[in-house]
Design a protein around this ligand. Structure first.
Ligand SMILES: C[S@@+](CC[C@H](N)C(=O)[O-])C[C@H]1O[C@@H](n2cnc3c(N)ncnc32)[C@H](O)[C@@H]1O
Length: 252
């Protein structure tokens, strides 16, 4: 493993929840509602969408890795001839399939972790992977497989820092847990360069979509629901979560 990949892996590993805190959590902090990942009827006009549309024109197939409900793939309806969704969560793939049906787009899904299931997914003209890199520890093989699967190009979208990094002061406050800094876009780009890829990078401000109510944050912090008012007061004192996103584009 190169030094950039080792740094990425170390920073990502430091973001886990220690087992003694997890053991005291009244409910799982990881729960999510797949409906929150339903793609909008009108796709957001973002640098990621623009980059993918220009790679895809006039028509072609799209592989969406860590697809969730298919926000990235279904923003490309028009030139999109087939959408292939890969995700570790079947409930996300169900949302992806429903979104394809509604739009009349031919679609296929593959359940399992990327890159392990890359052969089942097969190649596509354009590979997109939005908001997944901050979930990955071993980034080198993950991005290698994105490159290998792409006929024309890869579009990755990620937040400037880990999406939960803004809660780090609250882990310190409620659990005395000091977290290492988050991995950043620069760290991801360093790993790509180590793999022989020089992506074009565009930074921009993203609309916040997923709900982060005090109840949601309280659960995420492994605290009981009755502490939600205390958590809400604490949230008001910390910097807001980042809206800075990055679009990384490269050709195979
Ligand atoms: C934050 S969601 C983003 C979903 C979607 N791409 C979007 O932008 O709305 C991350 C998704 O990646 C999936 N995921 C995380 N690691 C994965 C991996 N190694 N292989 C496949 N899916 C993964 C999760 O199950 C989840 O659906």
């Amino acid at each position: 493993m190169g030094s950039a990949a080792a740094r990425w892996s170390e920073l990502q590993s430091g973001r886990g929840i220690p087992p003694e805190i997890l053991a005291r959590a009244p409910v799982s902090p990881w729960g999510h509602d797949p409906a929150d990942f339903t793609p909008p009827d009108e796709p957001a006009d973002t640098p990621s969408r623009a980059a993918a549309l220009s790679l895809l024109a006039p028509a072609g197939t799209v592989l969406d890795v860590g697809c969730g409900g298919g926000d990235a793939a279904f923003a490309l309806v028009g030139p999109l001839t087939e959408a292939i969704g890969v995700d570790v969560a079947q409930d996300m793939l169900d949302v992806f399939e429903a979104a394809a049906d509604v739009r009349g787009v031919p679609a296929r899904t593959v359940l399992g972790p990327w890159p392990d299931v890359a052969a089942d997914a097969g190649p596509a003209d354009v590979v997109v992977s939005h908001h997944v890199l901050h979930n990955v520890v071993d980034l080198g093989p993950f991005v290698d497989a994105l490159t290998a699967a792409a006929g024309r190009g890869v579009v990755v979208e990620m937040l400037a820092e880990h999406p939960m990094a803004w809660l780090d002061p609250l882990w310190e406050r409620f659990h005395g847990l000091h977290r290492p800094p988050s991995a950043t876009v620069d760290d991801a780009v360093a790993v790509l360069r180590e793999r022989g890829v020089a992506p074009e990078v565009t930074l921009w401000d993203r609309e916040l979509r997923l709900p982060h109510s005090p109840e949601w944050i309280t659960r995420r912090l492994c605290l009981p629901p009755e502490r939600a008012p205390e958590v809400a007061a604490a949230v008001a004192e910390i910097p807001p979560r980042t809206r800075t996103a990055a679009t990384l584009v490269w050709r195979p």
